[in-house]
Design a protein around this ligand. Structure first.
Ligand SMILES: [Cu+2]
Length: 166
């Protein structure tokens, strides 16, 4: 299986493109499509591993037709840095993509057309079956954000949760 690494910039491009997206991917990965800045993330900024962080454990699970995260709701304070410690308890790959709800929905549509797409962005982490991963994030804006698995079919089975930044 050939896998393609896709950056946020490439996704931004794909959202406005329709034909031959798979063929276009390698050329666009990392090239910085117009209208998208890599340093701009809706939910805050990538964290600094050298700074203290609150640890929040999140389990990814699947079973009896459902998939999800436990917990599915997390509250943080504005300005807080969080280290999400991800544990995949399932038999499939899962992702943790931190963004707004509309961004994740759009992104999930792109993933359906490109099922082998993997993410190489600071706001996303893919975790292998029975594997672990972590993602450090600093929440700089108040509001409601979402973490979701955008692997085709997973979002629909319930694989999303909320981060409330107060
Ligand atoms: Cu998943």
């Amino acid at each position: 299986m050939s896998r393609v690494h896709v950056t946020a910039a490439a996704v931004g491009f794909l959202l406005t493109s329709s034909a031959a997206v798979t063929a276009a991917l390698p050329a666009f990965a990392g090239s910085g499509a117009p209208g998208h800045s890599h340093e701009s993330f809706s939910a805050g900024v990538p964290g600094d591993p050298k700074r203290p962080a609150r640890i929040v454990k999140v389990k990814m699970f699947e079973g009896s037709g459902k998939m999800g995260f436990e917990p599915a709701r997390i509250e943080v304070r504005k300005g807080e840095q969080v280290r999400f410690v991800l544990e995949n308890g399932g038999e499939e790959d899962h992702e943790f993509v931190l963004a707004t709800v509309p961004e994740n929905r759009k992104h999930a549509e792109v993933m359906k057309k490109n099922p082998d797409m993997e993410h190489d962005d600071p706001n996303a982490k893919r975790v292998l079956p029975h594997g672990n991963g972590d993602l450090i994030w600093k929440f700089t804006k108040r509001g409601e954000f979402e973490f979701a698995c955008l692997i085709p079919g997973h979002y629909e089975k319930g694989m999303f949760g909320r981060v409330i930044v107060k």
